[in-house]
Design a binder for this molecule. Structure first.
Ligand code: GDP
Length: 451
């Protein structure tokens, strides 16, 4: 039997031990699995308490079962859910019993969702949203994924694709007429009007998005500057917990160099570039390699200085990033009168802040400004429909096709029709209706097992 036709099972709830664990079974043998282990099939969608037994009649667990006959199920196939006690032993016993059934096997990552997708239960944008919802760390990520899961982008894309195909049909009809030496402008004109309107809608959608697809990865802020100015002290303060070793000697910051913050629902990664230094330790090397590549892609750099150290550039950060000047240790200014509060700060491209990381002065202003930067960066939440780079790229491809169609319309209707085909195919790929297997494989492989 082809693996696609086999019946699959997996733990769909979190890691054991837990109070309850949910094991899902999907495929043509889901019913047979229920009969084998529960001695019968419960009423559809009715929670039913059953003593599960293996094929030797040994008890497995006192469980609750749910039976969803296809196609009215999450995957579109027959689905059985076993709500068992969440210990490793119970789970192992149930898995062993399921594995004894021929053509029943453990699921691959994302295989339930892939089956749902293949059975038309959701389009690819919704499948991606489901994965994003499962991985959402912050409230904004959750809300964006949920909006996508409601199919808003998919609905638009389906409508656009339908209208493109209609316009294409009009133009192709025009081509047929032109073979007879007579191109009726009344066929082409409405098609081009549709294309113009569509292009405007897609451009508006793209423009309204900010960088919503980046919400999955979050914003990267690099703390940079000369040694000993208080970068690690600042990152500690931002994380509100001890994450880096703060030392009075330059160059001793090691260990954790990244902290994840949730600023007003936006995911923000702050990197302490002082912690990025070469090391022989292979474990540390991996952390350093990651931090280095993250710093190279930073969206914002906090360039920290103090009264003594003002110069020096850090090549590690992204040259295109916005730079904010942060003048630290202002508590010392008033004590020894070195520079005086309100001292001149190195000009940055952006805002300037005066703080005392040691005393927590000026930090809340900095955090508020970071939150505002994030809000600006990701764009307005209400309009955000684009959840992934893949989706944005395909919308751009669609718009490009429409633009080229309008450009060539006067010169050759075959070319215009061909551009419309390109545009509708891009939307087809967005929805996952036209695609090569390996792209689908890649997308679903990133999912969790049991989803
Ligand atoms: P880094 O090398 O830039 O990461 O600097 P550290 O965070 O390790 O700080 C260097 C030294 O400056 C430590 O002794 C800190 O306690 C001290 N320091 C950090 N921030 C302040 C501040 O706002 N005021 C004063 N007076 N000292 C600070």
């Amino acid at each position: 039997m082809h693996p696609r036709e086999q019946t699959i099972f997996a733990l769909s709830s979190g890691r054991p031990p837990s109070a309850i664990a949910i094991v899902r079974v999907s495929g043509p043998l889901a019913k047979a699995a229920l009969e084998a282990l529960a001695g019968g099939v419960p009423q559809p969608r009715m929670a039913t308490r059953v003593l599960l037994q293996d094929c030797e009649g040994q008890g497995i667990d006192d469980a609750i079962l749910l039976w969803f006959p296809g196609p009215a199920s999450a995957t579109g196939e027959d689905v059985a859910e076993f709500h068992i006690h969440g210990s490793r032993a119970v789970q192992a016993a149930l898995f062993a019993a399921l594995s004894k059934l021929v053509n029943v096997r453990p699921a691959e990552p994302g295989e339930f969702t892939r089956r749902a997708f293949e059975n038309g239960k959701l389009d690819l944008t919704e499948a991606e949203a489901l994965d994003d919802l499962i991985h959402a760390d912050t409230d904004r990520q959750r809300r964006q994924a949920l909006r996508q899961l409601q199919g808003l982008l998919g609905d638009k894309a389906r409508d656009w694709r339908k209208r493109i195909i209609e316009a294409q049909a009009l133009i192709e009809a025009g081509i047929d007429f032109s073979d007879e030496g007579d191109v009726p402008a009344e066929l082409i004109a409405p098609a081009l009007a549709t294309i113009k309107a569509l292009l405007r809608e897609i451009e508006e959608t793209l423009a309204a998005q900010g960088r919503s697809e980046r919400l999955r990865d979050g914003l990267t802020v690099a703390i940079s500057g000369p040694p000993n100015v208080g970068k690690s002290t600042l990152i500690n303060l931002l994380a509100r917990r001890e994450v880096a070793i703060v030392s009075p000697h330059a160059g001793t910051t090691r260990d954790v160099i990244e902290v994840q913050l949730d600023l007003d629902g936006y995911p923000v990664t702050v990197i302490d570039t002082a912690g990025i230094r070469d090391t022989e330790d292979p474990v540390e090397q991996e952390g350093v390699r990651r931090a280095r590549s993250r710093a190279a892609e930073s969206d914002l750099v906090l360039w920290v200085t103090d009264g003594e150290h003002k110069t020096g550039r850090n090549e590690m950060t992204n040259p295109a990033a916005v730079v904010w000047a942060v003048r630290n240790k202002i508590d010392l200014d008033s004590v020894d009168g070195r520079a005086g509060a309100g001292a001149k700060i190195e000009p940055g491209q952006g805002a300037t802040f005066q703080i005392s990381a040691a005393q927590g002065v000026g930090i809340s202003e900095l955090v508020v400004a970071l939150g505002a930067f994030a809000r600006d960066y990701f764009g307005s939440e209400e309009d955000s429909l684009i959840g992934r780079e893949r989706q944005r790229r395909l919308l751009h491809e669609t718009a490009d096709g429409l633009r080229r169609c309008l450009a060539v319309a006067g010169q050759g209707d075959e070319l215009a029709a061909e551009e419309l085909r390109v545009a509708s195919q891009a939307l087809g790929r967005l929805l996952g209706r036209i695609d090569v297997e390996d792209i689908l494989d890649k997308i679903f492989r990133e999912f969790c097992i049991g989803k």
